[in-house]
Design a protein. Structure first.
Length: 495
């Protein structure tokens, strides 16, 4: 019996990560064990779901999880690049190899036949399908497992489902808080197929319910690594949901819980560079790092050119080093005060007005084109985000003094002269909070979310395309299209 159980666990893990039909929302034909069967097996071995839950996190960094062989298809960090380019903060400073050029040109967001629409859609719905399979196997959406292990498994699955729906809401809707209009299909069971769009209200209701449930279910859960969703990760995701929905007091409460527990990257470690080979933005155990959520990549993951570092890092065998650098928007760079250590994260080594992230995301050896198999790590959530959410939520609630004080806590660990904040109020304070999102989270995909919450306008500077053209947050060019294949496969969705 013990050997049979081990075999089932192995087969479940393999089935989750590798099996996939063309229509990723349909039940997978190569699925090796059903949710009902998993539930039956789990009665005598609760460990049966561990492989499935672990598979959720594998999808976040594996290549091809967006359904393609593209060199921009490598999980969450790939879509962080997509959204930073859409928001204008990341410049694609060369079109030599073609990756991301259609994103940078806003071609993708105006034509649903482009694969770059399909990839994030498929990636997030694939996680949703897998999470739904786990949830049903554990008793369903309203289950209340008695065993602690199953509580933790259910909490992780619900949090990952909510994480996926939240990103889908941001990427595929011009107005993320427009609750009355149709948004995206809402699947809560793995057998559901070809559903019509649900309203934004229905989707956000599930996101909030899932995350609030996850926070409760994950109480006492101590994951073996930071790649797993802990209670803290669920709280961080819930803070994002609350601030999006205008539930500002609740957003502050969630943020404060994490602010009390995690330290900011100290100013001495912010700029990185040769004196800090293992820095706080590229290594989960780097100098000053105190990540809430991230992936400790090793040689075992066998990632190479098709990776975040393979696209962004000059010190990796990468497109960034070979002619397609990913750089900071010139206007954003100019807005960083000279007393701010983060200005040192970006370097213009050859006097081209191209500001490369030499000192933010880099391999520790700092040998140009040196890292071949990726061992630098992936960050998914830092406490700095919670400070920004707190400042944003307080501002939204009309508590400007408290918002300014909350922002100053972060800025004081970045700028040696943060006194300029004391004079800010009204729109100027709001603009500063938004700018801090952009500067602090460059390359991490979160500024795009802030762009839509703050209802700001993109004004690119130093880009090849759309340079100097104002584009408001709800312009269709800033939102992905439901992919053509989904419209073809789903009779309940039309263009």
């Amino acid at each position: 019996m013990k050997n049979i159980t081990k075999f089932l666990i192995m087969m479940i893990a393999i089935g989750l990560v590798t099996s996939c039909s063309d229509d990723f929302l349909e039940k997978e034909p190569t699925q090796l064990i059903s949710a009902q069967r998993m539930g039956d097996v789990s009665e005598y071995n609760p460990d049966i779901f561990n492989g499935q839950v672990a598979g959720l996190y594998t999808l976040m960094y594996n290549t091809g999880t967006g359904g393609t062989t593209g060199h921009d298809d490598f999980g969450q960090k790939g879509y962080d690049i997509y959204t930073d380019m859409i928001s204008g903060d990341m410049v694609l400073a060369g079109y030599n190899y073609g990756w991301y050029s259609d994103v940078a040109k806003y071609v993708v967001t105006q034509d649903n036949t482009y694969t770059d629409n399909y990839q994030p859609w498929r990636y997030y719905y694939r996680i949703i399908f897998a999470a739904n399979n786990i949830i049903r196997g554990l008793g369903g959406n309203d289950a209340a497992p008695e065993q602690e292990l199953q509580q933790h498994q259910l909490g992780q699955a619900k949090a990952m489902r909510a994480y996926s729906y939240m990103f889908l809401m941001y990427l595929f809707n011009e107005e993320v808080d427009n609750l009355a209009t149709e948004a995206i299909p809402l699947y809560t069971d793995p057998d559901e197929q070809s559903l019509p769009k649900s309203t934004g209200q229905e989707v956000w209701n599930l996101i909030q319910e899932d995350l609030e449930s996850a926070v409760t279910l994950l109480d006492g859960f101590v994951p073996s690594g930071q790649q797993a969703v802990s209670q803290d990760v669920a709280k961080g995701l819930l803070a994002y949901a609350y601030v999006t929905l205008g539930k500002n007091t609740l957003a502050v409460d969630m943020a404060d819980d994490l602010i009390a527990k995690y330290s900011l990257v100290p100013i001495s470690s912010v700029a990185g560079g040769p004196s800090i080979p293992r820095n706080a933005f590229s290594y989960i155990d780097g100098e000053g790092a105190d990540w809430i959520w991230g992936m400790d990549l090793t040689l075992d993951q066998d990632l190479d050119l098709i990776s975040f570092y393979g696209q962004v890092d000059y010190f990796t065998y990468s497109y960034a080093s070979a002619g397609d650098p990913k750089t900071m928007d010139a206007g954003l760079y100019a807005s960083i005060r000279p007393t701010d250590a983060r200005k040192g994260q970006f370097v213009d080594p050859w006097g081209q007005d191209i500001y490369r992230p030499f000192n933010k995301f880099y391999h520790e050896d700092r040998i140009p084109v040196g890292q071949r198999t990726i061992t630098a790590d992936y960050v998914y959530m830092r406490v700095e985000e919670m400070h920004l959410i707190k400042a944003e939520a307080l501002y939204n609630a009309g508590q400007e003094i408290d918002a300014r004080n909350a922002l100053e806590v972060l800025v004081s660990e970045r700028d040696t002269d943060p006194t300029y904040l004391t004079s800010l109020s009204g729109e100027a304070l709001k603009d500063e909070i938004y700018k801090q999102w952009r500067v602090e989270m460059w390359g991490e995909g979160r500024a795009y979310l802030a762009l839509k919450r703050f209802e700001e306008t993109v004004l690119r500077q130093g880009h090849i395309d759309y340079d100097g053209v104002p584009i408001p947050y709800n312009d269709t060019r800033l939102t992905f299209e439901i992919p053509y294949q989904e419209i073809q496969d789903n009779v309940n969705i039309s263009e």
